[in-house]
Design a protein around this ligand. Structure first.
Ligand code: FE2
Length: 345
């Protein structure tokens, strides 16, 4: 009976979802001919996609999927293994060097939502300094899967066939007024979509000294994306976006970025996908990281072709069966707090 009711609910909502948005990316229509000119996605976005940070308009912020009661329901039933809730320090408390473990070391602790209702969790986020990351909504909720399918379909219409999109996923980020995400990078290709609230997003070059091969290895092995060294002068070389609802950002693979929320609750969507280039880089990061952190070696090559890449990959594949990766990752991720409704920083 429960299964039947659930299926009925999915079906009813599924019909509504088809009416959710006309298209993910709006286009300007010529009033005389009625033809779609595509002017809101100019050709230059396609040409620099993946090479430079780009911004494009979208319509997701008008979707009922992101209505407050809909999000509260999503949060309340979210599987534990697919979310993170992070508590961080105030903007301006960020140390110049992430390796600084002195009195001003950055606060980035992971917690648990406990048994609060979805609405109570939203209120706690509004009152505190938290970042709730609902990962893989496409696997958890059929409507979010539909949304992801639509996004991927529209991206494929706009991007060249060489940008082969595989293993996409869609997350929802709900974060507090004035919350921040420290300087970090992600391993897959990433886009950020603003739904409500506003924030400043800084995107940095994906090359040294902003990012090194060793940084990428460390992230791949330990899954600690916010452990990159940052210096304030990096900002002089960042592209800075005043990020508002209806805007989407996409940046080059692995480009470091950081985010400062304005004084309002922020709801954003993150989409990620893999390309052949990203997958090869990930194999390389895992292989070099295994040599460095498991075998104590110092890998020098970042080539993703040739015999040395093949041998490193084989060594990594063999050692991954010993369970050492699970051990180092688990030991690096303690749960440090539980959200109890009155956690206001
Ligand atoms: Fe990120």
């Amino acid at each position: 009976m429960v299964v039947l009711l659930h299926n009925l609910r999915v079906t009813v909502f599924g019909i509504g979802c088809l009416l959710m948005v006309d298209a993910v990316f709006p286009a300007s229509v010529d009033p005389t001919t009625g033809s779609n000119s595509g002017a809101l996605w100019p050709e230059r976005i396609t040409r620099v996609w993946g090479q430079q940070p780009v911004q494009a308009p979208h319509t997701l912020h008008r979707s009922p999927l992101f209505a407050r009661n809909r999000l509260a329901d999503l949060i309340e039933h979210y599987p534990r293994e697919h979310y993170s809730i992070i508590h961080m320090s105030a903007q301006g408390d960020d140390p110049a060097d992430a390796s600084d473990v002195g009195s001003h070391a950055r606060l980035w602790s992971e917690g648990d939502i406990s048994n609060l209702s979805g609405e109570a969790i939203l209120q706690a986020i509004e009152a505190g300094r938290f970042w709730l990351n609902l990962r893989y909504t496409d696997r958890v909720d059929a409507q979010f899967r539909e949304l992801q399918d639509e996004i991927v379909a529209e991206l494929r219409q706009r991007l060249p066939a060489t940008e082969q999109i595989s293993n996409p996923s869609l997350g929802v980020l709900i974060s507090s007024p004035k919350a921040q995400v420290y300087y970090h990078c992600d391993l897959p290709n990433q886009s950020l979509w603003q739904i409500s609230g506003s924030k400043t997003v800084y995107v940095y070059p994906n090359i040294a000294p902003f990012l090194s091969g060793e940084d990428l290895e460390k992230i791949a092995i330990f899954e600690l994306e916010v452990d990159l060294a940052y210096e304030p002068w990096f900002d002089e070389y960042a592209v800075k976006f005043d990020f508002q609802p209806g805007q989407m950002l996409h940046w080059p693979l692995n480009a470091p970025h950081r985010v400062e929320n304005h004084d309002c609750l922020n709801i954003s969507v993150t989409t990620e996908y893999w390309t052949r280039k990203a997958l090869l880089n990930q194999r390389l990061n895992m292989a070099n990281g295994t040599l460095r952190y498991k075998l104590g070696m110092t890998p020098r090559s970042r080539r993703t072709v040739g015999p040395s890449f093949f041998v490193k990959s084989a060594v990594q594949a063999l050692l991954s069966r010993t369970g050492w990766l699970d051990e180092v990752r688990t030991s690096n991720k303690p749960l440090e707090f539980a959200l109890n409704g009155d956690s206001s920083d």
